[in-house]
Design a protein around this ligand. Structure first.
Ligand SMILES: Cc1ncc(COP(=O)(O)O)c(C=O)c1O
Length: 482
């Protein structure tokens, strides 16, 4: 049993833990805490179950006291880094003043201030926010809002949603139906996901779905909007409600600069609501406040979550353009109010965490730092990793601090190591990186999305660890250079 630290309200927080305490917590964790997306039996091996105890800046520390660079900023959200007493203090003040307010009937002071702040930061005339508890929920809300917008605008037959193949939009039912999550396990969840949604191939030059070999021509990227328009026409424009996509996906495949403006025009031509899923890209990740700003395009609805509170408290939401908000304001009758209500939408403590977090991002110039450090990280990855390691297939990135390195067994054929994210290669690589002090997801690709507070020195440390680990991996899992 963990001996309580009587100096603390959170009595389990201590400077160090005994072997006995660690073993007990690990056992309780294995017995009771369901680790997401994992086969629990895989975690039973010694050292297989990791409990994090503390975070500071770009680092996290496990219960044994080992330090790791948090190379994924948690899950793309600790943009301000770990350990911000200001956020905690602001939240505590709000919680002891008003810890809850019923969003179905009222707003709260931090709720009003946050939505106004978002209207100021968001591109163009994205003026009104609806809040909820997480990203998947935000995607559900965006889909419903697009659908209801079409309905109240006199286009009730527009119900279908088009999304891009292989992209993740969350784990709830609607989000699975437009994203990759439900499609990963054919036969398992199809019956639970709403039918009627259609997918188009994404722009991804390295593995061009249309077979183009010339990565620089942009031909492949522009084939994707052409396909989108063909699908809209084929299905009948009067049946398509929305198109949803991330500005760039977590694989950091950056489309040609004409891609997004072209998609915007297509959506306008056919009265299709453009939903930008900004859940990863928003709040500085791409070196701009929102991802779509890097492409000069405004969506009709954007989803937000993760880094809106810097991961300090759970949040999700959508920001709607004035056109969408006005349509609801001007509608009459039973369906004029947006049909969605959630208990935790606009929670005052969460709104406060978001406000403080945005203040820190702005005050510490972290969006600019993401731009600068993103360029530096990309240059270093290209000049060291791509140059020295034949197992590096594709380095996605160069736009802020979102990078993905695709590992291949054979650079010429682009064949990957067997087993995917659950295979032996992936597990060995992740463990090797962890043992070297780098916390990230590795396998057929390595994701790098560190806190926006990162310095050149920490970027160099990340590159050194990857360089060394890739060398070891290439000895243990030789590349095929035929
Ligand atoms: C692009 C995108 N959309 C939606 C989600 C779902 O967000 P959440 O995990 O907060 O439900 C994620 C989560 O990683 C995401 O990356």
């Amino acid at each position: 049993m963990v001996t309580p630290n009587t100096d603390k309200h959170a009595w389990w927080i201590k400077d160090s833990y005994s072997r006995e305490e660690i073993d007990q917590l690990v056992q309780w964790g294995l017995d009771h805490f369901w680790t997401q997306n994992h086969q629990m039996a895989d975690l039973v091996a010694p050292g297989g179950y990791n409990i994090m105890a503390r975070g500071e800046g770009c680092y996290v520390y496990d219960i044994e006291g080992n330090r790791y660079i948090d190379a994924m900023a948690g899950l793309f959200l600790k943009n301000i880094g770990h350990g911000h007493p200001e956020v905690a203090a602001a939240v505590a003040e709000q919680m002891t003043t008003l810890a809850y307010s019923n969003s179905g009937a009222y707003s709260s002071i931090p709720g009003v201030l946050l939505s106004r702040k978002l209207a100021e930061l968001a591109p163009g005339d994205m003026t009104r926010s609806f809040f909820c508890g997480g990203g998947s929920e935000a995607v559900e809300i965006a889909l419903k809002m697009a659908r209801q917008y079409q309905y109240i605008s006199g286009r009730p037959q527009k119900t279908k949603v088009i999304s891009r193949r292989g992209q993740y939009h969350g784990s709830t039912r609607g989000a699975m139906s437009v994203g990759s999550a439900g499609r990963r396990s054919p036969g398992l969840f199809e019956a639970m996901t709403p039918p009627g949604n259609i997918q188009v191939d994404p722009p991804f030059c390295y593995r061009c779905p249309w077979g183009y070999k010339d990565r620089d021509s942009g031909n492949c990227c522009m084939q994707s909007p052409r396909s989108l328009e063909n699908i809209i026409k084929g299905e009948g424009a009067d049946s398509v409600a929305a198109f949803i996509a991330t500005p760039i996906p977590s694989g950091a495949q950056i489309p040609a600069e004409e891609y997004w403006p072209e998609v915007r025009e297509i959506c306008d031509r056919h009265d299709v609501v453009l939903i930008a899923d900004e859940i990863i890209c928003g709040f500085g990740r791409l070196g701009s406040w929102f991802g779509m700003q890097r492409f000069g395009v405004q969506a009709d609805i954007m989803t937000v979550a993760k880094a809106l509170t810097g991961g300090e408290l759970p949040i999700g939401g959508v920001v709607a353009s004035k056109r969408v908000a006005d349509a609801f304001d001007n509608a009459e009758g039973a369906n004029s109010a947006f049909q969605h209500g959630v208990t935790y939408g606009g929670h005052p403590a969460v709104m406060t965490a978001a406000l403080k977090n945005l203040e820190i991002l702005e005050r510490d110039n972290l969006v600019q730092n993401s731009y600068d450090m993103g360029n530096y990280l990309y240059e270093r990855a290209m000049s060291v990793l791509q140059e020295n390691h034949p197992s590096v297939g594709f380095v996605g990135g160069g736009m802020g601090l979102l990078m993905s390195i695709e590992m291949v067994k054979n650079r010429r054929t682009k064949e990957t190591y067997p087993g995917g994210p659950q295979g032996e290669y992936a597990k060995t690589f992740t463990e090797k990186l962890r043992n070297s002090g780098l916390a990230t997801r590795a396998g057929d690709s390595i994701v790098l999305s560190p806190p926006l507070t990162i310095t050149k020195e920490i970027v160099d440390d990340i590159i050194d660890i990857l360089d060394k680990s890739m060398g070891e991996m290439e000895r243990e899992f030789p590349v095929d250079d035929a």
